[in-house]
Design a protein around this ligand. Structure first.
Ligand code: ADP
Ligand code: MG
Length: 331
C-alpha cells in the first residue's frame, strides 16, 4: 500500500476487446503523483481506450486499474469525483455562452460566484475565446468548442487530469496555451496523463513517456531515456549534387558512428547523433573542407515513426512526410 499512495495512476494487465483484435492487450502503466505522463502512439494504438478505462467510461475485460487511490471498476464514483477529462466535448452546453459554460462548471465545483466569474475570465483569455465569450456555443466553430472543452477541464485543478490528444487540430498559439496550462496544473500538484501522436509534444511536457503500440506499452521512461533508446536527435543533410552523396555519407557516418539512411532521389542523408551541436558542427566543417556543397542541413528530434522503427523495427501505419519534429536549422 505504501507504493500505491505515491502513484496517481496504476494499470496492470488491462485488456479490452471490442470484437476483433484487442484494443488493449496487457496494458501496464504507473504514473507518480504530481507528474505529467505522455502516452505516445499512432492512430489505433489504444490510447483512447486506455483513457476511457482509466476514467471509468469503459469497463475493461481483464486486469486492474487504480486512479487517485481507487479501483476504477469497484469505486467508479470515487474516481470520477477526483478526475478531469477533456477531449469529448462532454463539458459543453450548446444553449449557454462560452462564459456561462465556464461559470456553470465553476459553480458545479462549488466555487463562489465571484471566483467562478474570475476563473472563467482567465480561462477565456488563456484559450483565445475572450472575443466570443458572450456568443452561444451553438454558434461556435469546431475549434472553438474544442478550446472551450479544454478550458472546462482546467476550471478546478482535479487530482488527476486526462487529456486525450488535447492539441490535435489546434494552431500553434493555442497549442502553446494548452502546454502552459498543463505545466501550471502539474506544478500545482495535479497529475496529468495526456495522449499524443507527437514525440516532440511529449518531450516538451512529460516527465515520463509511455509508448503504446497494439494495446500495450512497449517502452516507458523519461524523455531522455527514450531518446537515447532511439539513438538521439537526427541530422538531416541534403547535398547539392548527387555526386557528393557517397562522400557526404562517409562524413555523416563518422560523426554518427553508424551508416546514415540515404534517400538518393532527394540527395538526402539522415543519421541519429548523440552530441547534437558537436556532431552538427563537425559535419558542417568536414563537408566544407572537402568542398561538398550542402543545400540544407537540419538537426531535429526523432519523429514518432523513427521511435517506432527503432523500438519495433516497423514503421507506423501513418508514416508522415517530412518530420513534424521541431527543427534547429543551420546553413
Ligand atoms: N467502439 C469501438 N468499436 C470497435 N473497435 C474499436 C472501438 N473503439 C476503438 N476500436 C478499435 O480499437 C483499437 C484502439 O483504438 P483507440 O483506443 O481509439 O486508439 P487510439 O486512440 O490510439 O487511436 C483500434 O483498432 C480501433 O479501431
Ligand atoms: Mg484516440
Amino acid at each position: 500500500m505504501e507504493r500505491m499512495n505515491s502513484l496517481a495512476v496504476v494499470a496492470e494487465g488491462v485488456r479490452k476487446h471490442y470484437g476483433g483484435a484487442p484494443a488493449l492487450d496487457g496494458f501496464d502503466l504507473a504514473v507518480p503523483e504530481g507528474t505529467v505522463c505522455g502516452l505516445l502512439g499512432p492512430n489505433g494504438a489504444g490510447k483512447t481506450t486506455a483513457v476511457r478505462v482509466l476514467t471509468t467510461l469503459l469497463r475493461a475485460d481483464a486486469g486492474r486499474a487504480v486512479v487517485a487511490g481507487f479501483d476504477v471498476a469497484a469505486r467508479p464514483a470515487e474516481v470520477r469525483y477526483r478526475i478531469g477529462l477533456a477531449g469529448q466535448n462532454a463539458a459543453v452546453d450548446e444553449i449557454l455562452t462560452g462564459r456561462e459554460n465556464l461559470e456553470m462548471w465553476g459553480r458545479l465545483y462549488h466555487l463562489d460566484a465571484a471566483t467562478a466569474r474570475r476563473r472563467a475570465g482567465e480561462l477565456l483569455d488563456r484559450f483565445g475565446l475572450a472575443a466570443d465569450a458572450e456568443k452561444r456555443v451553438k454558434h461556435y466553430s469546431g475549434g472553438m468548442r474544442r478550446r472551450l472543452d479544454l478550458a472546462a477541464a482546467f476550471v478546478l485543478a482535479p487530482s488527476v487530469l486526462f487529456l486525450d490528444e488535447p492539441t490535435t487540430g489546434l494552431d500553434p498559439r493555442n497549442r502553446d496555451e494548452v502546454w502552459q496550462a498543463v505545466r501550471e496544473l502539474a506544478a500545482s500538484g495535479s497529475t496529468v496523463l495526456m495522449t499524443t501522436q507527437y514525440l516532440f509534444e511529449a518531450d516538451q511536457l512529460a516527465h515520463q513517456i509511455a509508448v503504446i503500440d497494439a494495446g500495450r506499452v512497449i517502452a516507458d521512461g523519461s524523455p531522455d531515456e527514450l531518446k537515447s533508446m532511439v539513438g538521439g536527435d537526427q541530422i538531416d543533410l541534403v547535398v547539392r549534387d548527387a555526386a557528393g552523396l557517397a562522400e557526404a555519407a562517409r562524413v555523416l557516418a563518422a560523426a554518427a558512428g553508424r551508416d546514415p539512411v540515404a534517400d538518393p532521389g532527394a540527395r538526402r542523408l539522415t543519421a541519429p547523433v548523440h552530441d547534437r551541436i558537436g556532431a552538427l558542427t563537425e559535419v558542417v566543417r568536414e563537408l566544407g573542407e572537402r568542398g561538398i556543397a550542402v543545400e540544407d542541413v537540419a538537426l531535429r528530434r526523432p519523429t514518432l515513426d523513427e521511435v517506432f522503427l527503432s523500438l519495433t523495427g516497423e514503421r507506423t501505419a501513418r508514416a508522415e512526410e517530412g518530420g513534424h519534429g521541431e527543427e534547429d536549422r543551420a546553413a
